[in-house]
Design a protein. Structure first.
Length: 562
């Protein structure tokens, strides 16, 4: 049961009230909807949800939760040629994962097909709809231009009886695809193209994922959408700005039928930099194997973000940060990455992993010992763990340089560096193979410099991470980065040529600390000095650990791109 928002702690209330909240506040003040607030999220099951949908889910559910109202998950399944049960299942999972509670209200446009048909018959009987024999191409050709009125269909003045007969026969499947449509009779001279006798039904001989072959005609989105809102008792039908010019049609249908009439409100959709959000483009990326599926961690899909290690809390916080606007704008992806870092910093366990290892042998150390390490300095309840320290270790190749530039404070020949949670070591000898490649560093450790020891007073400028060669575990690490090289690839005709060739770097021979052998799906980690990571749900197994980079420790994209 939802509680009154006034009893919620401030942290759970919206940080700012946007213009939609202001509209609803006024509606509640005037008792416009009898004190009710009822919203919905209406996806089409023709693809996986992306971050733009997440913004809409957070907004619609957030409003319902704030006002102790109701929130519906409703599928606009009116196009059987592009829809699939796979998409339905993925959408339900994504909405639940984001934390939007629709209770038992999983609804479908197809649930209302019979009622929609009866409403169409009512419009025919009132002279406000007719069956048209023009082809789709002919309808487009007669719509007119912004400065010229459209041409009326030669079938516009059919009798009511003839229209009723033809519409019934369309339903029975008597006619071929594209040969007839049902159109609303509004105004072919309207300055709003959506009002120029729009199509309400088209003939589609295709199997529906829920209705099978029961129907041969299917409602258009504009006809169905307002009816669904009406039948469900929605109070505020919140849409993105591209539907602003469709609102007069939404209103006309409901007013012409004289049925319950929700209020449509538009807001700016999310456009994210270095990302494409078009379902058509995302489907092309999947079908043409530019990515390894809808859940590829480089995709802006909710399932891709989940596999990459993003958290629902971070995405909800991102939606709060960017807010709700009335004008379209391009949102910097760095804001999303900031929200992810901010959330993971609080909850991710710190561990050590060496992505590109080079061996270090401590020539004056024998035996082994356990050293204490902090699991998360941001979370006092996270506790500590033990690290195995041994004679042979691995460090990052990038943490050693033979000829370092000025300001390099890591390991160098003859130089000293501290090993995290351990000792200060000094590089005494560099071992190379016959090709001149460095294969081993021989070092000494200073036993009086144990980390945390009260007697350790020696100072060095650099601290690096490490993993025991004896106890470390082999792992594959997948470094994901932004999929596109340019800020707004969706606006480019050659958008596929703008894919970042370095959006995925697979490192097969990384070494991680032994505590990670017990990692499970959903665990979040900060690989110290490297970034945030999680187990990959597709490629990881009991025999093979595969970690995905969720996000770097800080925004390094500007340096990479320069």
């Amino acid at each position: 049961m939802q509680t009154d928002n006034n009893n919620k702690p401030d942290s759970e209330k919206p940080k700012t009230k946007n213009f939609i909240y202001e509209i609803i506040d006024e509606d509640l003040k005037t008792n416009k909807w009898g004190g009710r607030v009822h919203t919905r999220f209406p996806p089409e099951p023709n693809g996986y949800l992306h971050i733009g949908h997440a913004k809409s889910i957070c907004l619609n559910f957030g409003i319902a939760e704030h006002y102790n109202g109701k929130f519906n998950l409703r599928f606009d399944d009116t196009n059987p040629e592009k829809e699939d049960q796979e998409y339905v299942d993925s959408i339900v999972e994504d909405v639940k994962w984001l934390g939007a509670d629709f209770e038992d209200r999983i609804l479908y446009a197809s649930d209302y097909f019979e009622q929609m048909y009866e409403y169409a018959v009512a419009l025919i009987k009132s002279g406000k709809a007719y069956v048209c024999d023009l082809t789709p191409e002919e309808i487009r050709a007669t719509r007119g231009t912004p400065t010229e009125a459209g041409k009326e269909s030669p079938h516009r003045n059919r009798t009511i009886e003839e229209n009723l007969d033809l519409f019934a026969r369309m339903r029975q499947g008597e006619f071929d695809n594209g040969t007839k449509t049902l159109r609303a009779k509004i105004d072919m001279a309207s300055p709003n193209f959506n009002m120029r006798d729009p199509i309400m039904y088209r003939i589609v001989h295709a199997e529906h994922h829920r209705q099978g072959n029961k129907w041969a005609i299917y409602p258009t989105y504009d006809w169905a959408h307002g009816l669904e809102d009406s039948l469900e008792g929605i109070t505020h039908s919140i849409c993105t700005l591209e539907f602003e010019n469709h609102r007069p049609l939404y209103d006309w249908y409901l007013d012409s039928l004289a049925i319950y009439h929700p209020q449509q409100i538009e807001f700016a959709r999310l456009n994210l930099s270095y990302t494409v959000m078009s379902k058509r483009k995302l489907l092309q990326l999947v079908n043409e194997k530019y990515v390894d599926g809808w859940d590829d961690p480089r995709m802006p899909t909710i399932s891709g973000y989940r596999r990459r290690g993003y958290t629902p809390e971070a995405i909800r916080n991102f939606a709060e940060i960017i807010g709700v606007a009335k004008r379209d704008a391009l949102t910097d992806i760095s804001l999303l990455e900031y929200a992810i870092r901010d959330d993971l910093n609080k909850k991710a366990k710190r561990v050590m992993a060496v992505l590109n290892p080079i061996k270090v042998v401590l020539t004056n150390y024998d035996g082994e010992e356990e050293l204490g390490a902090i699991n998360n300095p941001e979370d006092p309840e996270a506790g500590t763990r033990k690290l195995k320290f041994t004679k042979e270790l691995f460090i990052e190749q990038s943490d050693f340089m033979e000829n370092p530039p000025k300001g390099f404070f890591r390991l160098v020949p003859g130089g000293e560096v501290r090993l995290r949670y351990a000792y200060i070591i000094k590089c005494e000898e560099v071992i190379k193979d016959s090709d001149g490649n460095i294969i081993e560093l021989r070092c000494t450790y200073d036993p009086d410099t144990k980390s945390g020891s009260a007697t350790s007073t020696k100072k060095v400028k650099g601290t690096i991470h490490w993993v025991s060669a004896k106890y470390g575990i082999n792992a594959e690490v997948r470094l994901y980065d932004r999929l596109f090289l340019t800020e707004n690839p969706g606006n480019k005709d050659n958008w596929l040529e703008l894919i970042n060739p370095n959006s995925l770097d697979v490192i097969k021979n990384s070494i991680v600390e032994p505590s990670l052998k017990d990692a499970v799906m959903g665990d979040k980690f900060q690989f110290e000095r490297t970034g945030y990571f999680c187990l990959d749900s597709k490629f990881s197994s009991t025999e093979k650990l595969v970690f995905n980079r969720t996000v770097t420790l800080k925004d390094s994209w500007g340096k990479k791109s320069s």
